[in-house]
Design a protein around this ligand. Structure first.
Ligand code: NOJ
Length: 762
């Protein structure tokens, strides 16, 4: 008892010392910045709020900044993005430090979304690994590589919940679920920022796009968002909040409106919620020209929208230069105050201070680092492991997979020999020419043991106008000289000689991502025709599906024997997919976004609320909530994914049937690996609140654990659930739980679970 007391005493002293140290640090920073700001003119302060992209490098928007060098010298630039490498970054930093009046260093940013040069799978794929350690590791590698190239401010993680696969940017996020999204947000912030932002291999994270960007109407990018506060708080906001709690230094405002006010000028969002309620103390950057875009939203002219933005709590203006060109005028007219400008300027300078730039503006400039740190064999290993773990096995009839390392394979499809479509969307710093093609990955693995016959079989799309839209950033779609009929004929001819057909099909990189939305979620017709013809051969047919979003795969699911969803796998694509196809890695991925049967089911997600007229089965019933022409159920539910082995769940037990506010329940379940491969299972825990003051989801993810179970063995998994895990935002937007009965589910996907129940007493 005494020892315990002493221990607690020591802990208290330690924490209060830590607090004091932090206060001391903050005090030092405040003093430093106050001294600096005393020397600054108003225009220099406004200059700090200006983020430019000079062009000539990698473009991520439709306009570029002009006269960048001159502006840096005038103290009219706070940060730059779109230039890379210690040399270039070093030159720009030198101009800022040596040739501007006060020598304030610049921030150098970039979109490092799923890897820097070592490109990992798109985040939607990575999220299907349900492996937080791995995800954190990918972010760590990305930060090491980016900082080696002089970049220390990242426009990532993108944590927008997305339940509409028409939206092209669903590829960039972690799918549909707020709990999963929050875990991934935390892992990524930790991976980027590490435990010390001043280290030369850590970078500042930006959580984006604040807020609700993933809910744009009709899945059309930049479109209107309109949702209830309840949905906002319970479903869409948690991942942003989690990233902020994990210490993200920056927030990026989104393009859409929130409650009728564009996010970049929304005071409730950027000040009331973000800073006052959540305690965020970093800085807010706009999205690319999103301040200017408020003119089109109908919020006034450039001067008016710039004033609106800074007064709302937006600190840095990306590319649009509304702040730079109008804020002083607004100050003179009394439309903004000097305090507004000071506050924003202070926050930007604080970020620079926290990154250690005032101590050493060149801490990220080291010409030897790119060679040492970028695209190392070690990093590529992480990429390969990540790409294999992102794969989700959707179907495997008659155990067609894994393939034997012998015999003859007909390898067909427009993505089998493609290099330009492996990295996926938002890989501006990736290197397509280093990506391992599927055909090469297969050959690397099986050498001469397997005869691989290859032909393209189909174009990604046949339509040249469509292809042109997909080739904006270099050729991704190449329309063959041969006619579609000829290509299919060749595919059939090699298939006749093969034991099994592997068709690598899906979307070109530019079919997802920013401004890449679709209203048709089918595989392009050119590829469908190929698959139909191949299926008719009667040979085992494996589809390797490469897409940036869930597609509606009803027909493919009928025609193919096996479907492996690989997303856009990144730089190690071919090697990783070969590992899975030939059984060197047993697939363990589980979907984080529901696969619909058709586009009309959208939005579709597992955590639906019950209607007053629920439909119990997939059979149509008049006057129930269902469709005439399609079932309610998805094709593949959230959490779904097969393995080369099978798992059996049993002995689902709760430690008690009732809990009070300060108590928790232990939930145990046994999982047996019942077939012939060692395998990893993602054990998922869901809860349903049966009676509450607002309508609640029929299942909500509350925990998961990924566990390796050798063949024939059984493992017991235990979860703890406490009252805190049962809280939600109620009708008054208070975060609380309500007494009553709950159901708890454990299983290998959201649709296939064991069920128990317990009661919360308060
Ligand atoms: C626009 C995108 O919406 C955002 O995600 C990105 O960070 C910026 N462009 C900068 O490239």
């Amino acid at each position: 008892m005494r020892i315990q007391k002493i221990f607690i005493g020591v802990l208290i002293i330690m924490f209060s010392c830590q607090d004091k140290n932090a206060d001391l640090e903050d005090g030092k920073m405040d003093e430093y910045i106050s001294n600096l700001m005393e020397k600054m003119t108003v225009q220099e302060k406004i200059g700090q709020l200006n983020l430019v992209t000079p062009g000539g490098g990698i473009l991520t928007g439709s306009v570029v900044s002009t006269d960048v060098e001159k502006k840096i010298k005038e103290g009219a630039v706070g940060g730059i993005f779109g230039i890379y490498g210690p040399e270039k970054v070093g030159v720009a930093q030198k101009i800022a430090v040596e040739e501007s009046r006060l020598g304030i260093p610049l921030l150098f940013g970039s979109d490092v979304i799923h890897g820097y040069k070592t490109t990992f799978p798109i985040l939607l794929g990575l999220s299907c690994s349900w492996d937080m350690e791995l995800i954190e590791k990918t972010a760590r590698v990305a930060a090491t590589e980016a900082t080696a190239d002089g970049i220390f401010w990242n426009f990532s993680p993108m944590v927008d919940i997305a339940r509409d696969p028409r939206w092209g940017r669903i590829a960039e996020g972690a799918g549909e679920d707020p709990y999963m999204g929050s875990q991934i947000a935390k892992a990524m912030v930790k991976g980027y920022q590490g435990d010390d932002l001043t280290k030369a291999n850590t970078m500042m994270a930006t959580v984006k796009h604040f807020a609700l960007y993933g809910a744009s109407e009709a899945g059309r990018d930049y479109n209107t968002v309109d949702m209830s506060r309840l949905r906002m708080f319970n479903d869409y906001l948690p991942p942003y909040k989690a990233a902020i709690e994990a210490g993200a230094g920056c927030v990026m405002s989104s393009f859409n409106d929130v409650d009728g006010i564009p996010a970049s000028g929304n005071k409730w969002l950027l000040t009331e919620l973000l800073r006052k309620q959540w305690g965020f103390n970093g800085f807010v950057v706009s999205d690319y020209t999103s301040v200017n875009e408020m003119i089109a939203h109908g919020m006034g002219d450039l001067q008016a929208v710039s004033a609106l933005a800074i007064k709302a709590g937006l600190d840095m203006d990306m590319v649009g230069e509304g702040f730079l060109t109008t804020l002083e005028k607004s100050l003179n007219l009394g439309k903004v105050s000097e305090d507004d400008i000071n506050l924003a300027c202070r926050r930007v300078l604080e970020a620079k201070y926290k990154l250690g730039l005032f101590e050493d503006p060149f801490r990220y400039i080291d010409e030897s680092r790119p060679e040492e740190d970028i695209l190392t064999a070690e990093n590529r290993k992480v990429a390969s492991a990540a790409a294999a773990r992102a794969c989700v096995l959707l179907k495997n009839e008659n155990k067609v997979l894994p393939l034997k390392k012998s015999g003859t394979i007909a390898l067909v499809g427009p993505l089998a020999n493609s290099q330009n479509n492996m990295l996926g969307t938002w890989a501006p710093t990736g290197r397509h020419n280093l990506a391992v093609k599927i055909i090469d990955g297969f050959k690397n693995l099986v050498g001469d043991d397997v005869e691989i016959l290859y032909t393209k079989g189909a174009n990604i799309v046949d339509d040249t106008t469509y292809a042109k839209k997909l080739n904006v950033f270099g050729e991704k779609v190449n329309i063959d000289r041969r006619s579609p009929e000829e290509m299919i004929k060749e595919a059939l001819s090699i298939s006749a000689k093969a034991d099994v057909i592997v068709a690598v099909v899906g979307e070109a990189t530019e079919m997802t991502g920013e401004s890449a939305n679709r209203t048709n979620l089918l595989l392009p017709e050119s590829q469908k025709k190929l698959i139909r013809a191949l299926a008719k051969t009667g040979k085992p047919l494996v589809l390797v599906m490469m897409t940036g979003r869930p597609l509606a795969l009803v027909e493919e699911n009928e025609l193919a024997d096996a479907i492996l969803q690989t997303w856009h796998p990144g730089v190690e694509a071919g090697n990783a997919i070969a590992d899975v196809i030939f059984g060197n890695y047993n697939p363990s991925g589980k979907l984080t976004a529901t696969f619909p049967r058709n586009v009309g089911q959208i939005p579709i997600y597992y955590s639906i609320r019950n209607t007053g007229r629920p439909q119990e089965s997939d059979t149509f019933q008049k006057f129930k909530s269902n469709y005439l022409d399609v079932e309610n159920s998805p094709l593949f539910p959230f959490g779904y994914g097969l393995s080369y082995t099978t798992f059996q769940y049993s002995d689902f037990k709760l430690s008690k049937k009732t809990i009070a506010t300060n108590e928790s329940i232990s939930i145990t379940v046994e999982i047996k690996n019942t077939a012939d491969f060692d395998g990893e299972e993602v054990v998922q825990l869901y809860v349903r609140d049966l009676v509450s003051s607002i309508t609640r989801p029929m299942k909500e993810l509350k925990g998961f654990e990924k566990v390796l179970i050798p063949k024939g063995e059984t493992k017991e998994i235990t979860f703890e659930i406490s009252e805190k895990d049962l809280r939600f935002y109620n009708g008054s937007l208070e975060w609380d739980s309500e007494a009553g009965n709950f159901e708890v589910f454990v299983g290998g996907n959201s649709n296939d679970c064991l069920k128990e129940s317990f009661t919360l007493v308060k």
